[in-house]
Design a protein around this ligand. Structure first.
Ligand code: NMX
Ligand code: MLT
Length: 436
């Protein structure tokens, strides 16, 4: 059985050659233009970065190395006794472009479990935070502190060759992914059930199986399976999203993977990005509190208008690039469709009813380019139903997941020798001069 590193070693020369040819033959080929609206509009639509693991089509949604979500659900190995995609098989696909065998998946699970313990000083650091500090702030700080053990940084200080950067980057990325469950679960326990003892990492379990156990939900098979799917699906969403892009930018300075991903987490913590999954639950519960649990479509419509007229965004709707319902939203809804207990949940019913009304209201409102739900519209309600009810914690789960894609690209950026990212900015005066 070839290991992840050996598989990557085989794949990298072909990609390096592809990039060499692109540079040699097409460096001056024009593939787009830049309008003033792109410069003042958050760079929307500008093709400006390389990202290997996934590409997003505005209408169809994400594909990971060409595989759609249903394709991945068919071919990526699940956990023993499970059905959903697991983090390891998704990570293998993202990193190598290949579907791992069952044996490779299990080997990676074991490697991650063996590397999963936190250094004692990081445990102490997390334990010193007040329970009132937002879980995302704690996660970002914990990840940054793990850079104490960065193998990339240590090797760089010794003076390694550029061609060797990627191996040390890969080692850091694997160590970081391995430690995320213990870090994220420690934050959860400290904030929501202080003093309860954490079990040891089980070397025979997959990454998310261990995460669920460390959180205290090891016996809850339904929640564990949902977490597996959730974490696999949130893993990568091409490179331009705010968290992935942040990791890429910071990594381009040769800051190590821990510092790069810590920065990414603070981008994910914004309500227009990952924090939207927390906001959706807050908003849907406020709706339920005001209208009761048996609400009509008409009442939801009025509530949506109230939100919009109050100058607020409808959380979980709209997207920077997508122009249709997010296929991750659909996959998570399908997870609910197969389970009668979820069909009966009042919060899941409310999310579904809101979906039946919100696109029409947002179209009538006429501002958003995409009136359809993104993944955050539904990701939290299943967690809530299965007992993970503390929605201030939900973005941490997104943060455990996004490491898969953001760290994959750090490995590729170093393997391909990509340079420091440094786009050109302009003042309004400079822009006006350019227009004249
Ligand atoms: N509710 C109300 N107004 C909206 C919404 C929404 N859900 N989405 C976009 N708009 C408004 C937007 O604020 C902007 O208004 P203005 O011209 O006054 O600034 C206008 O519509 C045009 O925005 P778009 O070009 O459609 O969207 P943009 O690319 O700027 O922003 C989001 C994308 C995702 C930030 C935006 O749709 C939004 O704020 N959605 C709600 C928050 C959310 O669900 N975020 C999660 C995204 C997924 N994720 O996990 O990261
Ligand atoms: C994501 O998963 O990062 C979000 O859908 C936001 C994005 O792609 O811009």
């Amino acid at each position: 059985t070839k290991s992840l590193k050996e598989t990557l070693q085989e794949v990298i020369p072909g990609k390096q050659e592809q990039l060499r040819k692109l540079k040699a033959e097409h460096a001056q080929t024009v593939v787009g233009d830049v309008k003033v609206e792109n410069i003042i509009g958050g760079m929307r639509g500008i093709k400006a970065m390389l990202w290997e693991a996934s590409v997003l089509d505005p209408n169809e949604g994400i594909r990971f190395h060409g595989l759609s979500i249903p394709d991945c659900q068919k071919v990526l190995p699940p956990a023993p006794g499970g059905k959903e995609i697991i983090a390891e098989s998704m990570l293998w696909l993202l990193l190598t472009g290949k579907v791992p065998t069952e044996a490779q998946t299990r080997q990676l699970s074991r490697e991650l479990a063996e590397k999963g313990d936190l250094p004692p000083f990081v445990e102490k650091l997390i334990d010193s935070f007040p329970a009132t500090l937002h879980p995302m702030t704690q996660l970002g700080m914990g990840v940054a502190a793990l850079n104490h053990d960065s193998l990339f940084q240590a090797a760089y200080e010794k003076g390694i060759k550029k061609s060797e950067y990627w191996t040390h980057t890969l080692d850091d990325c694997i160590n970081l992914i391995a430690r995320l469950p213990a870090l994220a679960a420690r934050i959860y326990r400290n904030v929501y059930s202080p003093g309860t003892p954490m079990p040891a990492i089980n070397k025979d379990l997959d990454l998310v199986g261990n995460y669920s156990t460390l959180l205290g939900f090891g016996d809850n098979h339904n929640l564990t399976e949902y977490l597996r799917l959730y974490i696999a699906l949130h893993g990568d969403h091409e490179g331009g999203n705010a968290s992935a892009h942040t990791a890429h930018l910071v990594g381009s300075t040769l800051s190590d993977p821990y510092l790069s991903y810590s920065a990414a987490l603070f981008a994910l913590a914004g309500p227009l990005h990952g924090l939207a999954n927390q906001e959706v639950l807050r908003w849907q519960f406020a709706m339920q509190k005001e209208l009761g649990s048996d609400v009509s479509h008409e009442q939801i419509k009025e509530y949506l208008w109230k939100t919009l007229k109050g100058g607020q965004v409808v959380p979980g709707y709209g997207h920077g690039v997508l122009r249709n319902p997010d296929p991750r939203f659909i996959a998570l809804q399908e997870f609910c469709d197969g389970r009668p207990e979820l069909q009966e949940s009042s919060i899941i019913q409310l999310v579904k009813k809101t979906y039946e009304v919100a696109p029409g209201v947002l179209k009538e409102h006429g501002k958003t380019k995409n009136p359809y739900p993104n993944v955050d519209a539904t990701s939290g309600c299943v967690l809530y139903h299965y007992g993970l009810t503390e929605f201030k914690y939900y973005t941490v789960i997104f943060g455990v997941s996004r490491a898969l894609g953001a760290l994959t690209q750090l490995v590729w950026a170093r393997a391909l020798g990509l340079p420091l990212e440094r786009p050109k900015s302009l003042s309004m005066d400079a822009l006006e001069k350019l227009i004249k």
